[in-house]
Design a binder for this molecule. Sequence first.
Ligand SMILES: Cc1cc2nc3c(=O)[nH]c(=O)nc-3n(C[C@H](O)[C@H](O)[C@H](O)COP(=O)(O)OP(=O)(O)OC[C@H]3O[C@@H](n4cnc5c(N)ncnc54)[C@H](O)[C@@H]3O)c2cc1C
Length: 391
Amino acid sequence: MALFGGSSACKKGDMLYAWTNDAEIKKKAELGGAVTGLWKHALASKAVDAVLVVTKGADLYDARPVLITNPGDLAKTAGSLHCGTLLLPKMVKKFLDGAKGKKIGVTVKGCDVMGFYELAKRKEINLDNVFMIGVNCGGSVSPVSARKMIADKFGVDPDKVTKEEIDKGQFIIEYEGGHKGISIDELEDAGYGRRSNCRRCKYKIPRQADLACGNWGVIGDKAGKATFVEVCSDKGAKLVDGAVKAGVLATEAANPKGLEIRAKVEGAMFKLGDKWRKKDFSALGANMWDKIAKETSRCIKCYSCIENCPVCFTAAKELTKNSLMVRPGELPPNPMFHMRRFAHISDSCINCGQCEELCPAEIPLALFSHAIRAESDTAFAPKLGASAYKN
Ligand SMILES: Cc1cc2nc3c(=O)[nH]c(=O)nc-3n(C[C@H](O)[C@H](O)[C@H](O)COP(=O)(O)OP(=O)(O)OC[C@H]3O[C@@H](n4cnc5c(N)ncnc54)[C@H](O)[C@@H]3O)c2cc1C
């Protein structure tokens, strides 16, 4: 790829190392700051009207969505929050009119990408107006269990932690007085680590976004200093080209050895996802329906599972009306309420985990929903063909 007006422009399929030239972004970025640098250029060049990203709130465990319209405000949104478990597509539907009137840029994990596609299928989002910069995602850690894990396994006060990262299979923290890393496998064997839906996830490199960015495969003198960028669409290629021409971004072709390593890591993550699926689904065993009835008997009918599901649209207020499924004043609701919800979304569940993450009664809803989805995929996949994403 030529950097400044040369003959070979960036194109779909390119694999690049990229880094921003913006000093303020560089200071705060996770790696090369390519994601934030690209957003800065997208806003400045009016490729998008606004950018929806995730930024640190009260502390490291508090990830907040923020809509940015001023390119100068982007630097503070750089960096990865591994305890950030937000899902952005339904926010675009609810609060940004489904991107029907404005062009919105969004930093997306694999589950966000799937959420956007599911909403677009239901005509709730105008995908033509959504620009997606994807970040590879090995999984996120729930904020509550992250605090507990840091106290119990690291022996550190979670409020004293100044930085967290996931690198080379370890969860690493920096805190007043030192830093410490523990392997994710060890943490997960002890019941901590990534959210259970993330462990089962097999959509690690979000290639249905316009660009897929990450650290896997960045080796040599660029390790830790550049972002790996896979160019997944013509729109993505155009943005990279524009940012390079504007001097916001620099790129070079990815090291071929780095490409091999990235492919190997992705393959290993698929295997790990399969291992967790086998473990979690087989633990449900033949009595899954009894287990669903037992666990959902804690339901308090807050309807958060419906409110936050990217494939479900029944308005919660509709359910408060008298119906056979949920009678007013009756707690818990009849188990058929949950059974029908699972049936309703079973062909589309994207395993984003929002239902479980936000359930105040801690019902393992994502596990049930994903198990049912996986079973229906096994039953029908040969007839329907391969699913678009390996969620
Ligand atoms: C939860 C999580 C897990 C990740 N796991 C891997 C991995 O296993 N392998 C790998 O190669 N890369 C992974 N990444 C991507 C990597 O950490 C970098 O985000 C990516 O390489 C871009 O680097 P950058 O310096 O260009 O990004 P920056 O310029 O620093 O920008 C980072 C962008 O990510 C957004 N962001 C931060 N936290 C979140 C969040 N929780 N959810 C959604 N968006 C967020 C920010 O708002 C910003 O737009 C992960 C990222 C996240 C958020």
